[in-house]
Ligand binder design. Structure first.
Ligand code: FAD
Ligand code: SF4
Ligand code: SF4
Length: 461
């Protein structure tokens, strides 16, 4: 492939994705006009922050390269059942944004892709990106015929291993792009190849190989988000020992209609409806042995999840153990509304331990009620650990990008021409992440303008 073959200066219609074996979602684009050609932004991470930054910059006339490591956009928000405070499904908001991406030729999307290196400076960054193989090309219609013949099962990471998918799978029902993907770590490839025969559209390419290419951009937005703190690291709370102790993100998937239990909140150990549910706040947060900071969002998430439990059964009971129940600003109204439910009890006290009653297999949660000074024990069908939000980039922070000791990127310009947005900067709610992303897009555009960049937005292989 000629390194300079495809630039956005080209006067012909080009398809940036075509040289990548069709396993990107980059749309055909035609010649943009004049100086807009010289302005390009790389957005790393396709969660709500990255999507927002990409759309804002593209709709202002900048070429945007959106690089996402997963096979789909949406990040953690795609895994949520409902949003607080309105309790609407996040898919509506995401779908509007996907529509804006579909309709905007300036957004060039690379899924299953990661940045390898960044060099240069504001107005003239040189970025190397590797795109891993999807093994499924753009001809995939999502007909599901391949899944029916695939003999290999794998744990479903989207549902935190609470169910399985085949080696070829759709990441989730509302996935964008709506294209199947093969997990190359478990697929039997040519030994099997059943999916190739079954696919009526010749969409499966088992020989697809990863592609590495370079991008020239004027500014970079890091929107790499957060990851759940590993609950198994907290030894007194039973995660990994008792299957009925789950994390808050597992609860999001369990309550989701497209989740592993089709929305039924049950005890994983026996599938029975979970009627008594305990939430343990600060499961690792504000503890120097785990996450030294408050995640800010987890109290609201548990209050929201209390409504999931309560709407499933009129006699379901919820107990929330907390150190401080945090609901900043107008979220206080949401908190009050949930707590007005007589079946939802909030108890100020740190959970000391969780054990299992061997006869009933009920979980027993032991804590001290700080306000009354009494030791209490609550029998629970299900315990939800409100684990915190850790920075998603442990080691992958590009050289020169400033970060704090917890690996969150610093709020001001992270490095000249590089800006952080959303949870890459620290735990925030969706509204704040989106506002922050708009600000990052403005700063990135400003950096390009102030450096008088005239850098061709281009892909070179
Ligand atoms: C249990 C729970 C429930 C919540 N519920 C709500 C709610 O109801 N309402 C609300 O407002 N907020 C809620 N939140 C917070 C919400 O999840 C965040 O505000 C939101 O995810 C922030 O989006 P983001 O784009 O910054 O990060 P993310 O959603 O983490 O997206 C980051 C993206 O970057 C990608 N990425 C990471 N590293 C790389 C890399 N190296 N290269 C390329 N791509 C990369 C990831 O794959 C991901 O797609 C909840 C949080 C928790 C813990
Ligand atoms: S890969 Fe082929 S068989 Fe599988 S969903 Fe796509 S079009 Fe259908
Ligand atoms: S080749 Fe891989 S994905 Fe296709 S059917 Fe066989 S195991 Fe499944």
């Amino acid at each position: 492939m000629d390194h300079e073959q495809e630039t956005l200066h080209s006067s012909r219609a080009i398809r940036l994705g075509s040289h990548l074996n069709g396993h990107t979602s980059v749309r055909a684009t035609s010649e943009p006009s004049g100086s807009s050609l010289c302005r390009s932004i790389l957005v790393v991470g396709g969660g709500i922050a990255g999507i927002t930054a990409a759309i804002e910059a593209a709709e202002t006339g900048y070429e945007v390269f959106l690089v996402e490591k997963e096979a789909y956009l949406g990040g953690r928000v795609a895994q949520l059942n409902k949003y607080f405070p309105k309790l609407c499904p996040p898919t509506c908001g995401l779908e509007i944004n996907f529509q804006r991406i579909r309709n905007n030729r300036r957004v060039h999307l690379y899924t299953l892709a990661e940045v390898q290196s960044i060099s240069g400076g504001p107005g003239n960054f040189d970025v190397t990106v590797t795109q891993h193989s999807r093994y499924v090309n753009d001809r995939c219609t999502g007909c599901d015929k391949c899944v029916a013949v695939c003999p290999v099962d794998r744990p479903n990471a989207f549902n935190f291993g609470m169910d399985t998918t085949k080696a070829i799978y759709l990441p989730h029902l509302m996935a964008f792009p709506l294209k199947y993907v093969i997990d190359g770590s478990v697929c039997k490839f040519q030994e099997c190849a059943k999916c190739v025969e079954a696919c009526p559209y010749e969409a499966i390419e088992l020989a697809m190989s990863p592609q590495t290419f370079r991008l020239k951009v004027g500014a970079i937005i890091m929107a790499t988000g957060w990851k759940p703190y590993e609950a198994a690291k907290i030894d007194n709370l039973g995660f990994g020992r008792y299957s009925d102790v789950i994390s808050n993100m597992m609860m999001e998937r369990m309550a989701a209609p497209n989740g592993p239990t089709q929305g039924r909140i049950v005890r994983p150990s026996d599938g029975k409806p979970a009627k008594n549910v305990v939430f343990v706040q600060c499961a690792g947060q504000r503890d120097e042995n785990h996450l030294g900071y408050c995640s800010g969002i987890c109290c609201l998430a548990s209050l929201k999840q209390a409504t999931y439990v309560r709407e499933q059964s009129p006699d379901a009971k919820v107990f929330i153990f907390y150190i401080d129940l945090r609901a900043p600003g107008t979220y206080g109204f949401f908190s009050q509304k949930v707590q007005a439910d007589g079946q939802v009890s909030t108890i100020k006290g740190k959970v000391a331990k969780i054990i299992q009653d061997p006869s009933t297999r009920d979980l027993i949660v032991e804590a001290e009620d700080i306000l009354s000074g009494e030791k209490i024990r609550v029998h629970a069908d299900l315990v939800v650990l409100a684990t915190g939000m850790a920075a998603s980039l442990d080691e992958g922070i590009p050289a020169g990008v400033h970060h704090d000791k917890d690996h969150f990127l610093l709020p001001e310009e992270s490095a000249p021409g590089i800006f952080a947005a959303g949870c890459a900067r620290g735990p925030v709610d969706v509204a704040t992440a989106a506002q922050d992303a708009t600000a990052a897009a403005l700063k990135a555009m400003g950096a390009i303008r102030s450096h008088g960049a005239r850098v061709a937005a281009r892909v070179v292989e």
